[in-house]
Design a protein around this ligand. Sequence first.
Ligand SMILES: [Zn+2]
Length: 335
Amino acid sequence: MKLVFAFALALAASLACAQGAHHSPEQVQIAGKEYVRLTDWAKANDFEVAWLKRDELELTGRSARLLLNVDSCDARINGVSVWLLSPLVHRNGVVYIAQQDVQSTFSPLLSPHGNGGRPVAIKTICLDPGHGGADPGNCVGPNREAKYNLLLAQEVQKQLVRAGFKVALTRNSDSAVDLPARPELAKRRKADLFVSLHFNAAENAPNSVHGTEVYCLTPAGASSTNARGEGGNANWCAGNHLNEKNLFLAYQMQKVLTRTLETEDRGVRRARFAVLRDAVMPAILIEAGFLSHPVEGRKILDPAYRREIARAIVEGVLSYKHLLAPAPDLKTARR
Ligand SMILES: [Zn+2]
């Protein structure tokens, strides 16, 4: 009898132990970064994990579906492409996700914190047509990016004003504006959002590269999606105190742009562009299409297509504003 009791105790202890080990999120160091088991994260957040292919995983939750790829930063969150900060790692049959992606990619997109209960007031938007003056940006034949950035910005301005917003432009002619002066102007004009507008060009395979990208600032200590145009180092910069809102804005914008324009979804990306580093309000940089692509490039030259892009940008701003706003009854309850 005693023996049976002792055995039962030992069994209970080993079960508790196994359970404890199962629940404590095991952190491991991979390539100098903290990683956690994907299954631990999924379990803690009510996601079911399934392998779709040899290297593709599907995570299904109540309100989100994630597609992740082993050894890759390529992720899809509710159908929108988002580049992870570090690749998913598959080691000895276990898949790991970087802790930084749990905090800085999954959390802001899957459970946005809103505005801490404060109403989101978006009144003024600073539009930043990239390049200008001696800096033409991407040049494809006679077509200079700077010109089309400005034409797009003026169209977005027109539509935002019609929607009731105030708009500040960092330039309203083909003039040179220093990079630090752009977020500085946004701050002076007390802008609530900063949106930099660009058109892309591909040096390699211009006939096949096309689509939309939206950038926000890389979190401190993380690697940018592509190093192009990146200045400074991996240290904290002013714009990093808005990491969550930056990403949420970039995500909403990418979603609306790719769905409205039916463009190739090249994903939400991170970069330390100078205009994003110093912004003191949520800030993104839109690469609205490839001037170098024979079909997309021709569309960008067409005012009707730029009106469509502008319409999507306004919708992206509205979607960000409404999704971050607190529920109306919360506001009255606080009074
Ligand atoms: Zn540009």
